[in-house]
Design a protein. Structure first.
Length: 86
């Protein structure tokens, strides 16, 4: 009985947009290297999403994709941009 509300809460709190290079600061990396790293992370995240994501490629939350993309980009030395306060 408690699992369904907990799942709905997690899904509701998750983002519905997949991360991209625009979400990260390139730092001192040359733009071509930054783009290559981002593309490699996106490929890795897509594979992870297909394998482990809830709903596979059709996961509307992109939760599994975003976790892998974030981990890959951080491991590559990039920092996520801070969201602007509105």
């Amino acid at each position: 009985m408690l699992a369904l509300p907990a799942l709905l809460f997690v899904i509701g709190c998750a983002t519905s947009v997949a991360r991209t290079a625009d979400d990260y600061e390139p730092g001192s990396a040359p733009r071509p290297q930054f783009i290559r790293d981002s593309e490699a992370c996106a490929r890795q995240a897509t594979i992870d999403q297909r394998r482990f994501g809830i709903g596979g490629e059709m996961d509307p939350t992109h939760g599994t994709f975003n976790r892998m993309y974030d981990a890959c980009m951080r491991a590559s030395g990039y920092q996520r941009r801070q969201k602007e306060a509105k």
